[in-house]
Design a protein around this ligand. Sequence first.
Ligand code: C2E
Ligand code: MG
Ligand code: MG
Length: 278
Amino acid sequence: HSSRGHSVYAAEIDAHSPARLTLLADLRRDSCRDQFEIHFQPEVEFATGRVRRAEALARWQHPELGLLLPRDFIPLAEAGNLVHQVTRWAREAAIQACRRWQRHGLEVGVSVNLSPRDLREAGLAQSIAATLAAAGLEPRWLTIEITEGSLLADPDHAIALLRPILEAGVGLSIDDFGTGYSSLSHMKQLPASEIKIDRNFVHEMTRNEPDAIELGHSFGRQVVAEGIEDLPTWNLLASLGCDLGQGFLISPPLDEAAAVEWMRGAPWSPPTGRSRRR
Ligand code: C2E
Ligand code: MG
Ligand code: MG
């Protein structure tokens, strides 16, 4: 199978279908923990091609269904009140992986995704701090990604919940930026170190007037673009001064061994017309 996996089941899993109920029961079993994997997708600096960070993306290697992507099980986990477990596990695995990279001389950080429901978990900041301490990883190597939509549902609560770890040096990235309806005043209020422009927005950018990058910079935020699939998009974003890029052009999400090998081969450079893609 490819590391992108497949997602043929998503469409079939409607609210009360037997497939959904079976998956939910599988998710409740302790043994499913051993079936989870984290894949990592590099984020590189436009200016240098250096890999600065890798995003941790959950995968479920299901014994019968094969490799499942987050859209096949994260919404289900949210509905079944199991998402805390999944994200906590993903977070722990990502932090430990990042510590291993550092031990092997790779100065690369890691980012992890939180789901809206994770923001209701009391003790979230303490849990993250404890995992960092247990792994011996400095907080500055960790970034948490929260979507614009879930942050703005209750920004005061989110900020209060997250403040202790942000103060300790963990980065906050506003994921899928451009898809919500955030007013600029709301945006400014969030203690985020970075905005991550949604891939649909990135795809549109080649056609529309691009201002998200300037906007992010004007607030003193680092700007990351996700979902870069082709060279014209990379070149456009580079010319606009975008800081970090992520997408299939650079690398798909890879299992840890492949990601480490990839990162050792960085700096990455965009393919020229004649050379082979890596
Ligand atoms: P996201 O955080 O926006 O992650 C980026 C998604 O875009 C990933 O999908 C990635 O595989 C995909 N992607 C990367 N490059 C490209 C590209 O060039 N083109 C296109 N079309 N897509 C690209 P994935 O892995 O299926 O993850 C989907 C979402 O699931 C993530 O969106 C994230 O919100 C959520 N997720 C993933 N892992 C976790 C986790 O451990 N916990 C929680 N709560 N959510 C997770
Ligand atoms: Mg993300
Ligand atoms: Mg995103």
